[in-house]
Design a protein around this ligand. Structure first.
Ligand SMILES: [Fe+2]
Ligand SMILES: [Fe+2]
Length: 269
């Protein structure tokens, strides 16, 4: 019988306050899940926009094997040298050639084992970048030459596009885990050909907010329809993500367990 391997994936960290919460919370998650590999999306750490070498180093010190990002990484100019110089800090691979960094990595975990991580970004309601489906097709053979375990962070807005990517990659990768919307979806499942899927793992950060940003500013933007500078919110911290167990030999997913920690209150206390 082949052994299984645990992948802990943590959704978009918002603000330094979100990073501080991960520092406090991650050790108990490591204790509980005993993950073999930790992947963290850090696209929103510095005032909601990207991360720098300092925050990346902190995430690696916490145990992260690979850091993924997303569309907001480009708004932080200090993130560009980080992308250019850090092979384990990814940005969506389907941005046009000429941008720094890349969207895939082979992470070395314990006992010489390897986990491939690929990040691509959707186009529905987002930038008109290269096709994420064809980009994934083109890069997959490069990854599976090293390992059968491939985790895809699909950074996309539309649940339809995310579900389509799940079907597109079912049986070819271990997991398709959605990021970007900051709201965890209730559709975690193992697809018929063995790929773990969830449309969005949710945000790690302050939930007394609108998707992590100060709710009063967000309300002004919606109601007044004019520009108001976003700042990250501060209260009701939660860490969201998913724990995926995969067959170490075949790379097939065995289980997916999304988490929101601590859970939302669903009654008046
Ligand atoms: Fe995000
Ligand atoms: Fe994003």
């Amino acid at each position: 019988m082949s052994r299984s391997l645990g992948i802990l994936f943590i959704g978009d960290i918002v603000g330094h306050i979100g990073l501080a919460f991960v520092k406090r919370t991650l050790p108990e998650f490591i204790e509980k899940y005993q993950p073999d590999c930790i992947i963290i999306n850090g696209e929103n750490i510095v005032n909601g926009k990207g991360l720098t070498a300092k925050e990346a180093d902190e995430l690696f010190a916490l145990g992260a094997h690979v850091i993924t990002t997303g569309n907001h990484i480009w708004e932080n100019w200090q993130a560009r040298p980080l992308l250019a110089n850090s092979p384990l800090v990814l940005r969506p691979h389907n941005y046009p050639p000429g941008n720094p960094g890349k969207g895939y990595a082979i992470a070395e975990i314990s006992h010489g084992r390897k986990v491939a991580v690929l990040q691509v970004q959707g186009r529905t309601y987002m930038q008109a970048i290269d096709c994420p489906f064809r980009t994934a097709d083109a890069i997959l053979p490069k990854l599976t030459a090293h390992t059968n375990i491939v985790i895809v962070d699909f950074h996309a807005d539309a649940t339809a596009e995310k579900m389509a990517m799940g079907w597109h990659l079912d049986g070819r990768v271990s997991a398709v885990l959605g990021t970007h919307t900051h709201t965890q979806t209730a559709d975690a499942q193992i697809l018929p050909n063995g790929t773990a899927f969830i449309s969005d793992v949710g945000m790690t950060g302050p939930y007394d907010s609108v998707l992590g940003m100060d709710k009063d500013i967000a309300l002004k933007r919606f109601i007044l329809q004019t520009a108001h500078k976003y700042v990250p919110a501060e209260n009701n911290m939660k860490m969201c993500g998913a724990f995926v167990r995969v067959d170490e030999r075949t790379g097939e997913a065995i289980s997916i367990e999304p988490f929101i920690y601590p859970e939302f209150s669903r009654s008046k206390v």
